[in-house]
Design a protein around this ligand. Structure first.
Ligand code: AMP
Length: 218
């Protein structure tokens, strides 16, 4: 199946993407992860992207669309994929559509994770990520067994620089201004499915599984 996960930061897209990719053997493509990797490696893309990411602004479309279209061309995505955090603008959505049409692999579904600002703030300020394997934890909702240590690989857990309250507030503003229009865009294409991002990880996974079954997606 070929999915886009759409929704504000902190709606649970990354966590569900991890679970869904394992369950359905899909390729996970997160522009946020790719950009953080580029920043860590100090690559030309990373150097360009960092100042936008630190402020919670969107990285220019040319950079992210190039990253995704190159990945789509290079990797075999015919068994299915999840795009998480991409597209974030109508221009990105149109470029994605053209690239997928060229590959004859159109999107099956866009899942919109609906949630509110209070939940987002609680989720993101408490979010912790494994430096080694990228697994996502939360200090109260999904606590690791040992403080600060990843359950899966014993890597160190860290807090993202942009998961600080002021930056989170700007990321929400940016989402409302630049990304939320995609709800209508995909709604008109009749591939949008709305789910509640307020559910816990297991509940939301069950909802998603049922949604896919009903739509005949495997
Ligand atoms: P995320 O991990 O999806 O929350 O993304 C972290 C940051 O990376 C965002 O706040 C943006 O600065 C940047 N970013 C990720 N995906 C995109 C995208 N599709 N378009 C523009 N900027 C992006």
């Amino acid at each position: 199946m070929r999915l886009v996960l759409l929704g504000p930061p902190g709606a649970g897209k990354g966590t569900q993407a991890g679970v869904l990719c394992n369950t359905y053997s899909l390729m996970h493509m997160s522009t946020g992860d790719l950009l953080r990797e580029a920043v860590k490696n100090n690559s030309p893309v990373g150097v360009q992207a960092k100042s936008y990411m630190d402020k919670g602004e969107l990285v220019p479309d040319e950079i992210v669309t190039r990253m995704i279209t190159e990945k789509l061309k290079k990797q075999d995505v015919s068994d299915g994929f999840i795009l998480d955090g991409f597209p974030r603008t109508k221009n990105q959505a149109q470029i994605l559509e053209a690239a997928l049409n060229d590959l004859n692999l159109p999107l099956d579904m866009v899942v919109y994770f609906d949630t509110n600002e209070e939940t987002i703030l609680k989720r993101l300020t408490g979010r912790r990520i494994c430096r080694d394997c990228g697994k996502i934890f939360h200090i109260t909702n999904i606590p690791p067994k040992k403080d600060g240590i990843c359950d899966a690989c014993e890597g160190e857990l860290y807090q993202r620089d942009d998961d600080k309250e002021e930056t989170i507030k700007n990321r929400i503003k940016v989402y409302n201004k630049q990304t939320s229009d995609l709800i209508d865009y995909y709604g008109q294409k009749k591939i949008l499915n709305k789910v509640s991002g307020d559910l816990d990880v297991d509940e939301l996974f069950e909802v998603l599984k049922n949604t896919f079954e009903k739509s005949g997606l495997k």
